[in-house]
Design a protein around this ligand. Structure first.
Ligand SMILES: [Mn+2]
Length: 368
Protein backbone atom coordinates (compact mmCIF):
# COMPACT_ATOMS: atom_id res chain seq x y z
CA UNK A 1 0.00 0.00 0.00
CA UNK A 2 1.16 3.49 -0.91
CA UNK A 3 -0.14 6.56 0.96
CA UNK A 4 0.15 10.07 -0.50
CA UNK A 5 -0.85 13.42 0.93
CA UNK A 6 0.47 16.96 0.69
CA UNK A 7 -0.01 20.64 1.38
CA UNK A 8 0.35 20.35 5.16
CA UNK A 9 1.55 24.00 5.30
CA UNK A 10 3.18 23.77 8.69
CA UNK A 11 4.31 27.11 10.10
CA UNK A 12 3.14 29.93 12.33
CA UNK A 13 0.28 30.98 10.04
CA UNK A 14 -1.10 34.32 11.10
CA UNK A 15 -4.88 34.24 10.53
CA UNK A 16 -6.36 33.18 13.90
CA UNK A 17 -2.75 32.50 14.89
CA UNK A 18 -3.64 32.33 18.57
CA UNK A 19 -1.18 32.20 21.46
CA UNK A 20 2.44 31.22 20.86
CA UNK A 21 3.80 28.47 23.11
CA UNK A 22 7.42 27.37 22.80
CA UNK A 23 7.64 29.16 19.45
CA UNK A 24 4.57 27.46 17.95
CA UNK A 25 1.29 29.28 17.49
CA UNK A 26 -2.15 27.64 17.47
CA UNK A 27 -2.24 27.27 13.66
CA UNK A 28 1.18 25.59 13.67
CA UNK A 29 0.11 23.17 16.41
CA UNK A 30 -3.11 22.21 14.63
CA UNK A 31 -1.30 21.59 11.31
CA UNK A 32 1.30 19.46 13.13
CA UNK A 33 -1.54 17.44 14.67
CA UNK A 34 -2.96 16.79 11.16
CA UNK A 35 0.47 15.65 9.93
CA UNK A 36 0.69 13.20 12.84
CA UNK A 37 -2.86 11.96 12.15
CA UNK A 38 -2.13 11.55 8.41
CA UNK A 39 0.95 9.40 9.16
CA UNK A 40 -1.10 7.34 11.63
CA UNK A 41 -3.82 6.90 8.98
CA UNK A 42 -1.18 5.64 6.52
CA UNK A 43 0.26 3.24 9.11
CA UNK A 44 -3.23 1.97 10.05
CA UNK A 45 -3.82 1.17 6.36
CA UNK A 46 -0.54 -0.82 6.36
CA UNK A 47 1.16 1.57 3.94
CA UNK A 48 4.82 0.61 3.49
CA UNK A 49 5.51 3.78 1.53
CA UNK A 50 4.34 7.33 2.24
CA UNK A 51 4.90 10.27 -0.06
CA UNK A 52 4.42 13.78 1.33
CA UNK A 53 3.89 15.49 -2.00
CA UNK A 54 5.17 19.01 -1.31
CA UNK A 55 4.36 22.03 0.85
CA UNK A 56 4.96 20.04 4.01
CA UNK A 57 6.10 23.43 5.33
CA UNK A 58 4.33 26.70 4.64
CA UNK A 59 7.55 28.64 4.25
CA UNK A 60 11.21 28.41 3.24
CA UNK A 61 12.05 29.97 6.63
CA UNK A 62 10.21 27.96 9.26
CA UNK A 63 11.14 28.59 12.88
CA UNK A 64 13.65 26.15 14.42
CA UNK A 65 10.95 25.09 16.90
CA UNK A 66 8.52 24.18 14.08
CA UNK A 67 11.28 22.24 12.25
CA UNK A 68 12.10 20.29 15.41
CA UNK A 69 8.43 19.35 15.85
CA UNK A 70 8.07 18.29 12.20
CA UNK A 71 11.21 16.14 12.56
CA UNK A 72 9.81 14.58 15.73
CA UNK A 73 6.46 13.76 14.04
CA UNK A 74 8.19 12.34 10.92
CA UNK A 75 10.54 10.21 13.04
CA UNK A 76 7.61 8.80 15.03
CA UNK A 77 5.73 8.07 11.78
CA UNK A 78 8.78 6.39 10.25
CA UNK A 79 8.76 3.83 13.10
CA UNK A 80 5.81 2.05 11.52
CA UNK A 81 6.37 2.91 7.83
CA UNK A 82 9.10 1.41 5.64
CA UNK A 83 9.91 4.63 3.78
CA UNK A 84 8.71 8.26 3.82
CA UNK A 85 9.54 10.30 0.72
CA UNK A 86 9.48 14.10 0.83
CA UNK A 87 9.46 16.28 -2.29
CA UNK A 88 9.64 20.10 -2.22
CA UNK A 89 6.57 22.14 -3.13
CA UNK A 90 6.56 25.81 -4.10
CA UNK A 91 6.22 26.86 -0.43
CA UNK A 92 9.13 24.91 0.98
CA UNK A 93 11.61 25.43 -1.84
CA UNK A 94 13.56 28.42 -3.13
CA UNK A 95 14.58 27.10 -6.55
CA UNK A 96 14.95 23.78 -8.37
CA UNK A 97 18.70 23.67 -7.58
CA UNK A 98 19.65 20.63 -5.48
CA UNK A 99 19.41 21.52 -1.78
CA UNK A 100 17.72 24.89 -2.33
CA UNK A 101 14.74 24.09 -0.12
CA UNK A 102 13.79 23.81 3.55
CA UNK A 103 13.60 20.00 3.71
CA UNK A 104 17.35 19.37 3.98
CA UNK A 105 17.28 19.08 7.77
CA UNK A 106 15.13 15.93 7.45
CA UNK A 107 17.74 14.10 5.34
CA UNK A 108 19.31 12.51 8.43
CA UNK A 109 16.09 10.92 9.72
CA UNK A 110 15.98 7.13 9.48
CA UNK A 111 13.71 5.87 6.67
CA UNK A 112 12.98 9.43 5.49
CA UNK A 113 14.23 10.38 2.01
CA UNK A 114 14.19 13.86 0.52
CA UNK A 115 13.99 13.89 -3.30
CA UNK A 116 14.55 17.34 -4.76
CA UNK A 117 14.71 16.32 -8.41
CA UNK A 118 12.45 14.08 -10.49
CA UNK A 119 13.09 10.52 -9.35
CA UNK A 120 11.76 7.06 -10.09
CA UNK A 121 11.64 4.68 -7.13
CA UNK A 122 10.69 1.04 -6.82
CA UNK A 123 8.84 0.37 -3.57
CA UNK A 124 9.07 -2.58 -1.19
CA UNK A 125 6.06 -4.19 -2.91
CA UNK A 126 7.79 -3.77 -6.32
CA UNK A 127 5.40 -1.01 -7.42
CA UNK A 128 6.85 1.82 -9.43
CA UNK A 129 6.49 5.50 -8.44
CA UNK A 130 7.69 8.61 -10.22
CA UNK A 131 8.13 11.62 -7.94
CA UNK A 132 8.16 15.12 -9.41
CA UNK A 133 8.95 18.11 -7.14
CA UNK A 134 7.56 21.57 -7.93
CA UNK A 135 9.20 23.63 -10.66
CA UNK A 136 8.16 27.20 -11.37
CA UNK A 137 8.58 27.00 -15.17
CA UNK A 138 5.31 26.14 -17.01
CA UNK A 139 4.75 22.44 -16.23
CA UNK A 140 3.54 21.62 -19.74
CA UNK A 141 6.97 22.73 -21.05
CA UNK A 142 9.13 20.37 -18.98
CA UNK A 143 7.15 17.42 -17.58
CA UNK A 144 7.47 15.41 -20.81
CA UNK A 145 11.27 15.85 -20.87
CA UNK A 146 11.51 14.88 -17.18
CA UNK A 147 9.57 11.68 -17.83
CA UNK A 148 11.66 10.96 -20.94
CA UNK A 149 14.84 11.19 -18.82
CA UNK A 150 13.45 8.93 -16.11
CA UNK A 151 11.49 6.42 -18.17
CA UNK A 152 13.22 6.16 -21.54
CA UNK A 153 11.56 2.93 -22.51
CA UNK A 154 7.96 1.98 -21.92
CA UNK A 155 7.73 -1.10 -19.81
CA UNK A 156 4.04 -1.97 -20.00
CA UNK A 157 4.19 -1.54 -16.30
CA UNK A 158 1.57 0.51 -14.51
CA UNK A 159 3.28 3.35 -12.76
CA UNK A 160 2.11 5.96 -10.29
CA UNK A 161 3.14 9.57 -10.86
CA UNK A 162 3.17 11.89 -7.83
CA UNK A 163 3.76 15.59 -8.48
CA UNK A 164 3.41 19.02 -6.92
CA UNK A 165 1.52 20.68 -9.79
CA UNK A 166 -2.14 21.39 -10.46
CA UNK A 167 -4.38 19.48 -12.90
CA UNK A 168 -6.80 21.54 -15.01
CA UNK A 169 -9.60 20.98 -17.50
CA UNK A 170 -11.84 23.08 -19.75
CA UNK A 171 -14.63 23.39 -17.17
CA UNK A 172 -12.48 25.49 -14.83
CA UNK A 173 -12.63 29.30 -14.60
CA UNK A 174 -10.25 31.25 -16.82
CA UNK A 175 -7.69 32.05 -14.11
CA UNK A 176 -7.25 28.32 -13.45
CA UNK A 177 -7.17 27.38 -17.15
CA UNK A 178 -4.48 30.04 -17.69
CA UNK A 179 -2.32 28.85 -14.79
CA UNK A 180 1.08 27.56 -15.92
CA UNK A 181 1.67 25.59 -12.72
CA UNK A 182 -1.10 23.19 -13.73
CA UNK A 183 -1.21 20.67 -16.56
CA UNK A 184 -4.23 20.11 -18.80
CA UNK A 185 -5.79 16.63 -18.50
CA UNK A 186 -5.25 15.95 -22.21
CA UNK A 187 -1.54 16.86 -22.09
CA UNK A 188 -1.17 14.75 -18.96
CA UNK A 189 -3.18 11.90 -20.48
CA UNK A 190 -0.97 11.74 -23.57
CA UNK A 191 2.15 11.62 -21.38
CA UNK A 192 0.59 8.87 -19.27
CA UNK A 193 -0.22 6.82 -22.38
CA UNK A 194 3.37 7.25 -23.65
CA UNK A 195 5.01 6.24 -20.35
CA UNK A 196 2.55 3.64 -19.02
CA UNK A 197 1.37 5.74 -16.09
CA UNK A 198 -1.98 4.50 -14.83
CA UNK A 199 -2.44 6.88 -11.91
CA UNK A 200 -1.44 10.49 -11.22
CA UNK A 201 -1.66 11.92 -7.70
CA UNK A 202 -1.15 15.67 -7.54
CA UNK A 203 -0.68 18.06 -4.65
CA UNK A 204 -0.38 21.89 -4.92
CA UNK A 205 -3.94 22.95 -5.77
CA UNK A 206 -5.93 22.70 -2.56
CA UNK A 207 -9.34 21.61 -3.88
CA UNK A 208 -9.94 17.87 -4.31
CA UNK A 209 -10.88 16.60 -7.80
CA UNK A 210 -10.71 13.31 -9.72
CA UNK A 211 -10.77 12.51 -13.43
CA UNK A 212 -10.92 9.31 -15.46
CA UNK A 213 -9.02 9.84 -18.69
CA UNK A 214 -9.23 7.47 -21.63
CA UNK A 215 -7.98 7.33 -25.22
CA UNK A 216 -8.59 4.15 -27.16
CA UNK A 217 -7.87 1.24 -24.86
CA UNK A 218 -5.66 3.32 -22.56
CA UNK A 219 -7.13 4.54 -19.25
CA UNK A 220 -5.61 6.61 -16.46
CA UNK A 221 -6.94 8.08 -13.21
CA UNK A 222 -5.97 11.59 -12.17
CA UNK A 223 -6.40 12.74 -8.58
CA UNK A 224 -5.90 16.24 -7.27
CA UNK A 225 -5.61 15.07 -3.67
CA UNK A 226 -6.54 18.37 -2.03
CA UNK A 227 -4.77 20.03 0.88
CA UNK A 228 -4.23 18.17 4.12
CA UNK A 229 -4.59 21.56 5.82
CA UNK A 230 -6.44 24.44 4.14
CA UNK A 231 -4.46 27.62 4.75
CA UNK A 232 -7.21 30.15 5.45
CA UNK A 233 -10.50 31.63 4.31
CA UNK A 234 -9.37 31.48 0.66
CA UNK A 235 -9.70 27.68 1.04
CA UNK A 236 -13.43 27.53 1.86
CA UNK A 237 -15.48 24.59 3.06
CA UNK A 238 -14.63 21.30 4.74
CA UNK A 239 -13.46 18.97 1.96
CA UNK A 240 -9.83 18.65 3.05
CA UNK A 241 -7.66 16.25 5.00
CA UNK A 242 -7.44 13.44 2.44
CA UNK A 243 -4.79 10.75 2.55
CA UNK A 244 -4.80 8.90 -0.79
CA UNK A 245 -4.32 5.16 -0.24
CA UNK A 246 -3.21 3.24 -3.33
CA UNK A 247 -3.37 -0.55 -3.51
CA UNK A 248 -0.78 -2.55 -5.42
CA UNK A 249 -3.35 -2.81 -8.24
CA UNK A 250 -3.51 0.97 -8.45
CA UNK A 251 -6.93 1.36 -6.82
CA UNK A 252 -7.36 4.59 -4.84
CA UNK A 253 -9.33 5.08 -1.64
CA UNK A 254 -9.09 7.93 0.82
CA UNK A 255 -8.41 8.14 4.53
CA UNK A 256 -9.66 11.35 6.15
CA UNK A 257 -7.96 13.45 8.79
CA UNK A 258 -9.65 16.11 10.87
CA UNK A 259 -8.00 19.50 11.07
CA UNK A 260 -8.57 23.23 10.65
CA UNK A 261 -11.50 24.27 8.42
CA UNK A 262 -12.35 27.84 7.44
CA UNK A 263 -15.97 28.91 7.06
CA UNK A 264 -17.20 32.31 5.92
CA UNK A 265 -20.74 33.09 7.10
CA UNK A 266 -22.64 36.07 5.70
CA UNK A 267 -25.27 36.31 8.40
CA UNK A 268 -24.50 36.90 12.10
CA UNK A 269 -27.41 34.55 12.92
CA UNK A 270 -26.22 31.77 10.58
CA UNK A 271 -25.81 28.27 11.97
CA UNK A 272 -22.90 25.89 11.42
CA UNK A 273 -22.11 22.32 12.40
CA UNK A 274 -20.82 22.96 15.91
CA UNK A 275 -20.52 19.20 16.50
CA UNK A 276 -17.94 18.90 13.69
CA UNK A 277 -14.81 17.00 14.70
CA UNK A 278 -12.79 19.51 12.66
CA UNK A 279 -11.24 22.62 14.16
CA UNK A 280 -13.51 25.41 13.00
CA UNK A 281 -12.34 28.90 12.15
CA UNK A 282 -15.23 31.21 11.40
CA UNK A 283 -15.35 34.60 9.76
CA UNK A 284 -18.57 36.59 9.69
CA UNK A 285 -18.68 38.91 6.67
CA UNK A 286 -21.72 41.12 7.14
CA UNK A 287 -23.22 44.43 6.04
CA UNK A 288 -21.65 47.29 8.04
CA UNK A 289 -24.86 47.91 9.99
CA UNK A 290 -24.73 44.34 11.34
CA UNK A 291 -21.05 44.39 12.29
CA UNK A 292 -21.66 44.84 16.04
CA UNK A 293 -24.04 41.90 16.05
CA UNK A 294 -21.47 39.74 14.22
CA UNK A 295 -18.67 40.77 16.61
CA UNK A 296 -20.84 39.66 19.55
CA UNK A 297 -21.67 36.37 17.80
CA UNK A 298 -17.96 35.68 17.14
CA UNK A 299 -17.15 36.37 20.83
CA UNK A 300 -19.95 34.08 21.95
CA UNK A 301 -18.90 31.22 19.60
CA UNK A 302 -15.39 31.44 21.06
CA UNK A 303 -16.58 31.68 24.68
CA UNK A 304 -18.77 28.59 24.22
CA UNK A 305 -15.81 26.69 22.75
CA UNK A 306 -17.70 25.96 19.50
CA UNK A 307 -14.79 27.23 17.38
CA UNK A 308 -11.05 27.69 17.73
CA UNK A 309 -11.10 31.06 15.96
CA UNK A 310 -13.77 33.59 15.05
CA UNK A 311 -13.86 37.19 13.91
CA UNK A 312 -16.17 39.57 12.07
CA UNK A 313 -15.51 41.83 9.08
CA UNK A 314 -17.71 44.41 7.40
CA UNK A 315 -18.52 43.37 3.84
CA UNK A 316 -16.27 45.68 1.83
CA UNK A 317 -18.14 44.99 -1.38
CA UNK A 318 -21.23 46.66 0.09
CA UNK A 319 -19.20 49.59 1.39
CA UNK A 320 -17.52 49.91 -2.00
CA UNK A 321 -20.86 49.87 -3.81
CA UNK A 322 -22.26 52.48 -1.42
CA UNK A 323 -19.15 54.64 -1.91
CA UNK A 324 -19.53 54.36 -5.68
CA UNK A 325 -23.18 55.43 -5.44
CA UNK A 326 -22.23 58.33 -3.19
CA UNK A 327 -19.45 59.40 -5.56
CA UNK A 328 -21.86 59.30 -8.52
CA UNK A 329 -24.39 61.42 -6.64
CA UNK A 330 -21.67 63.93 -5.85
CA UNK A 331 -20.36 63.97 -9.44
CA UNK A 332 -23.73 64.99 -10.82
CA UNK A 333 -24.02 68.01 -8.50
CA UNK A 334 -23.10 71.43 -9.88
CA UNK A 335 -21.57 73.14 -6.89
CA UNK A 336 -19.24 71.96 -4.14
CA UNK A 337 -21.98 72.56 -1.57
CA UNK A 338 -24.46 70.35 -3.45
CA UNK A 339 -21.82 67.71 -4.20
CA UNK A 340 -20.88 67.56 -0.52
CA UNK A 341 -24.50 67.23 0.57
CA UNK A 342 -25.19 64.52 -2.04
CA UNK A 343 -22.08 62.58 -1.01
CA UNK A 344 -22.70 62.72 2.75
CA UNK A 345 -26.36 61.70 2.32
CA UNK A 346 -25.33 58.58 0.31
CA UNK A 347 -21.95 57.64 1.84
CA UNK A 348 -21.58 54.45 3.91
CA UNK A 349 -21.86 55.33 7.61
CA UNK A 350 -22.30 53.27 10.76
CA UNK A 351 -25.78 52.75 12.08
CA UNK A 352 -27.03 55.61 14.27
CA UNK A 353 -24.65 58.25 12.90
CA UNK A 354 -26.47 61.58 12.35
CA UNK A 355 -25.88 62.43 8.67
CA UNK A 356 -27.02 66.02 9.13
CA UNK A 357 -24.42 66.47 11.89
CA UNK A 358 -21.70 64.96 9.65
CA UNK A 359 -22.74 67.30 6.82
CA UNK A 360 -22.73 70.35 9.09
CA UNK A 361 -19.22 69.49 10.32
CA UNK A 362 -17.97 68.93 6.74
CA UNK A 363 -19.44 72.30 5.65
CA UNK A 364 -17.70 74.02 8.56
CA UNK A 365 -14.33 72.40 7.76
CA UNK A 366 -14.56 73.16 4.03
CA UNK A 367 -16.04 76.62 4.52
CA UNK A 368 -19.02 76.08 2.21
MN1 LIG B 1 1.90 24.34 -3.56
Amino acid sequence: MLAVFGDCHIGNLQVHGGPVEAGLNLRCRENLASLKAALETAAAASAETVVIAGDLLDTMRPTPQAMAEVARVLAAGANSIHRIFLIPGNHDRNSSLPGDHALGVFVGLARVKVLDKPTQVTCADDSDIVLIPFRSEPVEHWLGASLENLLPETGNRCRVLVMHQGIKDDTMPEWMRNSTDAIHINVLGNLCAKYDIGLVLAAHWHAHRTWEWAAGSFKADFVQIGALNPTGFSDPGSDYGRVALVSREGLVSFGRVHGPRFLTLRDPAASFDAASADRLHIRYVVPPERLNEAVERAKSDLAKGLVVGAHADADDSLVEAATRTAAKEAASAETLEHALAAYVMAMPLDEGVDREAVLTECRRLLGV
